[in-house]
Design a protein around this ligand. Structure first.
Ligand SMILES: [Zn+2]
Length: 247
């Protein structure tokens, strides 16, 4: 299993690792540990590079296959042999935008659940853009404005975000987690990682998040759509430029 460094430190940009296996056909390397997010839960995979000796190799994608994170190298690079020490560096601008976006999505679903009891059914994001689907029959244009105000209020409330990794049995005791359907997680998953926006939202989640809602920036609901009587989709835009360095 690859050690997932981003799970405990979302702000890690550089890391040392070792090549554990090669996939010549797909021009990919397996690393013993990584800060590259391999995609999942609506959050896109990271881009970036690894250094191997003098060679700087762009990473085109990262993918988790049964707990092993494969890094797909640019075609022109040669595959570093098994056992090689490499230094990884993620494309931080893109990742930080993605972290802000992912946290914004949790703010949205936290507010919509708290204020209207509506549950999320799906979502997707790219840096600074997100969409989220809800079972939310009463949603309307007027309500969208109210929700936009409410989510920006949560950003301004400067709520801290806490990551925890809990034994499965312990996580199952937390009532808030049940609505995110952790009971559907495969039984071989023994530890559950939780992401808590203190006072607003708690979810089982494997993604990367900022550490305070202030970092998210201004939120704008750019559009919404009915996907039937009950299912509604909300589109979110996150505007720059709140940077951690400026806080
Ligand atoms: Zn999430």
């Amino acid at each position: 299993m690859t050690e997932l460094l981003y799970q405990t430190d979302s702000y890690l940009k550089n890391f040392d690792a070792m090549v554990k296996a090669l996939d010549a056909e797909n021009h990919a390397v397996l690393l013993d540990k990584t800060a590259f997010y391999p995609g999942g839960g609506g959050q896109p995979f990271d881009l970036g590079m690894i250094r191997s000796g003098q060679q700087v190799i762009p990473i085109k994608r990262a993918k988790n296959i049964s707990g092993e994170v494969w890094h797909y190298l640019a075609e022109e690079a040669s595959l570093p042999p098994i056992g090689t020490s490499v230094q990884g560096e993620i494309d931080w601008e893109r990742r930080y935008q993605t972290m802000r976006t992912h946290t914004a999505m949790h703010i949205l679903c936290g507010v919509v659940f708290r204020d209207y009891g509506a549950l999320v059914t799906g979502g997707d994001m790219e840096p600074l853009l997100g969409r989220m689907d809800f079972e939310f029959e009463s949603m309307s244009a007027d309500l969208v404005k109210v929700i936009e105000t409410a989510i920006n209020k949560e950003v301004a409330a400067a709520r801290n975000i806490k990551i925890a990794i809990l034994p499965r049995e312990e996580a199952f005791q937390i009532p808030d987690l049940i609505r995110t359907k952790i009971n559907l997680l495969p039984s071989e998953i023994k530890n559950i990682r939780t992401v808590e926006i203190i006072g607003l939202d708690l979810q089982a989640d494997g993604g990367t998040h900022v550490s305070n809602t202030l970092e998210v920036g201004m939120l704008h609901i750019s559009d919404y759509k009915s996907k039937g009587k009950i299912n509604k989709r909300i589109y979110l835009e996150i505007s720059d430029p709140v940077r951690k360095e400026e806080l």
